[in-house]
Design a binder for this molecule. Structure first.
Ligand SMILES: C[S@@+](CC[C@H](N)C(=O)[O-])C[C@H]1O[C@@H](n2cnc3c(N)ncnc32)[C@H](O)[C@@H]1O
Length: 396
């Protein structure tokens, strides 16, 4: 039987070779969709970045590119609600240091209480004037990192005797937007795009917020935030009146809560550059997500405008992303400032993040001066980021 069908195929091929017409029912259909190899989304992302970031960063791009393709570095955000005896000494013994609290205040003196070798003042934090321009960094936010050039990894966090995890692993640069937000005692805060909840957790570590609204448009992603908070915080911290969880489109918050919050964090969806070059799953460079990707700058602008509107005059709105793209960073900020001014009568001013940059330059690698905001770029010696942040103060 098999021999017979083989002969038939050969015969058909021969007939085709002589230009004979093959009957329709015997034609072989080419299954393009099933057989053609798909270009992986990670390759599409890398190609897109080579074209765009090659232009944007020039000679700097090859080193950023190679770092993004290598293992990312993490920081261990200490959970103040957990009590694992000896945890801090253990981290210090392994060579990690608390990059937030090291050199926090000149007044404390280099040998101040609790300060250990390697946690002295950051050399660039030289003047009191410079120091006064830094945001008030809560003494309760502590994040350990291994020094530049050290590629050691943190072990998964251990739970304490009540089952509460001792630290949260995150890209340490993603803490900069929280620090720059400058949360102070009694502030009301809106975390507009909160899931999976790393920055929410850091905000709650400050113990300073009187009312925190945690929002994300996605119900399933908000469940992730709930799970994170459950693993790290006692129930009374996140389930009481002080924390509200909502799943409202962030673009609506401007109208819903105009001039309400002291602080608004707008950590928008973006092309998540590091993820896009490393992981196929949930990759925004997949062909079927092209439209969604192209619409990102418009969505980011609307979210930022809503954040500006929801901030009270005198308050701060912090825009952040994890992309290197100028189109999603500075250009969104510029566009949002125009829209807020022209269409909503809201005026904001960009605050200088130079002091913050100098304060943390021993930990992160920053891109040369941006027109607006600050950009942490991945580097083999300090493989954090990308993280972009821009701090805006509402004046009217
Ligand atoms: C970069 S992630 C936020 C990360 C988070 N801030 C953290 O530190 O863990 C962006 C989030 O924006 C959410 N998002 C997308 N569109 C939104 C919208 N229109 N309103 C509110 N959230 C939105 C996504 O569901 C996603 O969870």
């Amino acid at each position: 039987m098999a021999a017979l069908s083989g002969t038939k195929t050969l015969l058909l091929r021969a007939l085709r070779g002589f230009g004979c017409v093959v009957p329709r029912r015997q034609r072989v259909k080419t299954k393009w969709a099933a057989t053609l190899p798909r270009i992986p989304a990670t390759s599409l992302a890398l190609h897109n970045f080579d074209v765009n970031y090659g232009l944007q960063f020039g000679d700097l791009w090859p080193s950023v590119r190679v770092a993004m393709l290598c293992e990312q570095k993490y920081g261990a955000l200490i959970n103040n609600f957990s009590d694992v005896p000896g945890l801090l000494s253990e981290l210090r013994f392994k060579g990690a240091r608390d990059f937030v609290q090291s050199g926090r205040s000149l007044g404390e003196g280099t040998g101040g209480a609790g300060r250990l070798p390697g946690e002295g003042l950051t050399p660039a934090t030289g003047s009191t004037e410079e120091e006064s321009m830094l945001p008030e960094m809560s003494p309760n936010i502590r994040c350990f990192v291994f020094p530049k050039g050290d590629i050691a990894r943190f072990k998964p966090a251990r739970p304490d005797s009540c089952g509460t995890l001792s630290y949260y692993l995150l890209d340490a640069a993603s803490l900069l937007p929280v620090l720059a937000l400058d949360v102070r005692e009694g502030h009301t805060v809106l975390d507009l795009c909160a899931a999976p909840g790393g920055k929410t957790l850091a905000l709650l570590q400050t113990h300073a917020i009187s009312q925190l609204t945690v929002n994300d448009v996605s119900e399933s992603r908000m469940n992730r935030v709930r799970r994170t908070l459950q693993s790290y915080l006692p129930r009374e911290v996140w389930s009481g009146n002080r924390v509200a969880m909502t799943t409202i489109d962030g673009q609506l918050w401007g109208e819903m809560a105009r001039s309400t919050f002291d602080r608004v964090l707008v950590d928008v969806p973006c092309t998540t550059d590091r993820h896009s070059v490393m992981e196929e799953e949930n990759n925004i460079f997949k062909k079927m997500r092209t439209k969604e990707r192209q619409k990102l700058p418009a969505l980011q602008t609307q979210l930022l405008v809503a954040g500006m509107e929801a901030t009270r005059p005198g308050g701060v709105v912090l825009y952040s992303t994890c992309t290197l793209s100028q189109l999603q960073n500075e250009m969104v900020v510029e566009q949002a400032m125009h829209v807020a001014q022209d269409e909503r009568g809201v005026t904001v001013e960009v605050e200088d993040l130079g002091p913050l940059e100098r304060h943390f330059e021993s930990t992160f690698h920053f891109a040369p001066r941006q027109r607006l905001g600050l950009l942490v770029i991945p580097h083999l010696t300090a493989n954090f980021g990308p993280t972009y942040l821009c701090k805006l103060r509402r004046v009217r």
